[in-house]
Ligand binder design. Structure first.
Ligand code: CUA
Length: 153
């Protein structure tokens, strides 16, 4: 084998190992995972389907919460949540109309909200402050009005 060929092969293998290591770090250290929930919902009946008939926050343990969010044109329901610092919140979101996004800047929570599906992501809010909830999928004329906030106290 030509020396240049061997070098090229070594560089390729090193790149492969580096990217696999990055996936490992992102998954285990940064808690970034591919969407694993394949829960479905009838998008025409979101308003009547529990728990999305009563969207909002539910406490499930001393520091754990579930937040059921309906993303519709052009707002989140509810648009405002308050949790104590240290709360581990699992967000469940669905849409009765078009594709929306659900993104909390500064966290790994960034999901597409697709009609017919329930998206979910979990984040532990260690630091107090106000976190934005943004729609980051263009969903129509009011897309830029589609935001909410989470107060962590
Ligand atoms: Cu909803 Cu953009």
């Amino acid at each position: 084998m030509h020396r240049a060929e061997r070098r090229w092969l070594q560089a390729g293998i090193a790149t492969l190992i580096a990217f696999l290591a990055l996936i490992g770090v992102a998954a285990l250290h940064d808690d970034i995972v591919p969407p694993s929930h394949v829960e479905t919902i009838d998008p025409t009946r979101v308003a009547e389907t529990p728990p999305f008939d009563k969207p909002g926050l539910r406490q499930t343990g001393p520091h754990s919460y579930e937040a059921y969010i309906v993303a519709h044109i052009f707002s989140f329901d509810p648009a405002h949540l308050t949790v104590p610092a240290g709360a581990r919140v699992t967000f469940y979101a669905t849409s009765p109309d078009v594709v929306h996004g659900f993104f909390i800047p500064g966290t790994a929570v960034n999901m597409m909200v697709v009609p017919g599906w329930v998206s979910s992501a979990t984040h532990t809010f260690r630091r107090a402050g106000t976190y934005l909830m943004l729609c980051n999928e263009y969903c129509g004329a009011g897309h830029h009005f589609m935001y909410g906030a989470i107060d962590v106290r």
